[in-house]
Design a protein around this ligand. Sequence first.
Ligand SMILES: *Cc1c(COP(=O)(O)O)cnc(C)c1O
Length: 375
Amino acid sequence: MRRCWVEIHLSELEHNLQCIRSMVPSHVKIISVVKADAYGHGIHATVARLMQSGTDIFAVANVQEGASIREMGSGWPILTLSPLLPEEIPACIENNITPTISTYQEAEAINKVASIKKSPIQCHFKIDTGMGRLGIWYEQALEEYIKISKLHYICIQGIYTHFATSDNDIQYTHKQRELFLSIIDHLPNLPKDCIFHADNSAGLDSFSPEGGRLFNAVRIGLLQFGAQARENSLLQFYNPKPTLSFHTRIGLIKKVPPGTPISYNLTHRVDHETTLAIITAGYADGIPLSISNRGSVLIQGKKCRILGRVTMDQIIVDVDHLNNPQCGDEVVLIGQQGKEKITLEEFSKNAQSIPWEILCSISKRVERIYKTVRQ
Ligand SMILES: *Cc1c(COP(=O)(O)O)cnc(C)c1O
């Protein structure tokens, strides 16, 4: 009785984690980024499989997400990537979650709560080397670090930065890498087991153990789910596999005469007699409006064009070239059917979006079905 669902292949998730391990030297820790409900995959199932598969650290967007991992076990460090709101600080400490600190003010606020609880807290210090978002601007990093490290209840256990262009400008990424390394070379009194990280998925394309001698962790989101952040990425040769496929059904087949207008605002008109399939999923399921008149779906292992605007609960596709399609037939939006496939990357491009946004947009209405063994 399913109208729209995703299938999540946990064995591929495990496979991809092994792929990522093989991309970096063995001392490099893997920080599995599972923010936003593990990129729409479902945080509990994803985290459980990553724990079993031997990831080292989890990273999330906020304390709520961190707490839902902490419920599952105490053995893994959990890093929050976003700044804390003042009222999140106590829960962060209680759940033994590692916050990211960009400024002295933040550190001071956390230190105050930690000192009341008499509970020192491990933190990662973030440096902005050219992203203009979180982190202290690199020119002030040394001074700020020294001030922060004097706070009694703040223990800095990690230092990191974030790349702005690792998916499209490796030169700039190189510059960020160099800036970061030159700063951490000057930070005094770092703990012995301090971790230094910069690489996201696309960063791994330009990660070199020689150039990055100090990097001993990487923060990987998208690549765990078998998708590439860059076109023509060399990482595809490690053969990561997609973890998610997106499915729906045919709700209605109908034949319309030449000149029939299609969907809201009549952005398409058929020029010959055409068999249409009305598909039982729309933007309320996470098919973006921007894929209107652009993308395709798979039915009977063949691509069928999306005609007209995506609507809330339906899309309309051209099935003229198919052999007797029926109400109830399965439709693949992302994934493989027969010999054809539509990758997440292709779907995202057709939607003039990016794989991260597409994964996060698959809505609550869409049931997640977990497959635990490879088929
Ligand atoms: C989301 C995020 C990542 C993971 O990025 P991917 O491109 O999905 O690998 C890494 N670091 C930070 C700070 C992030 O916010």
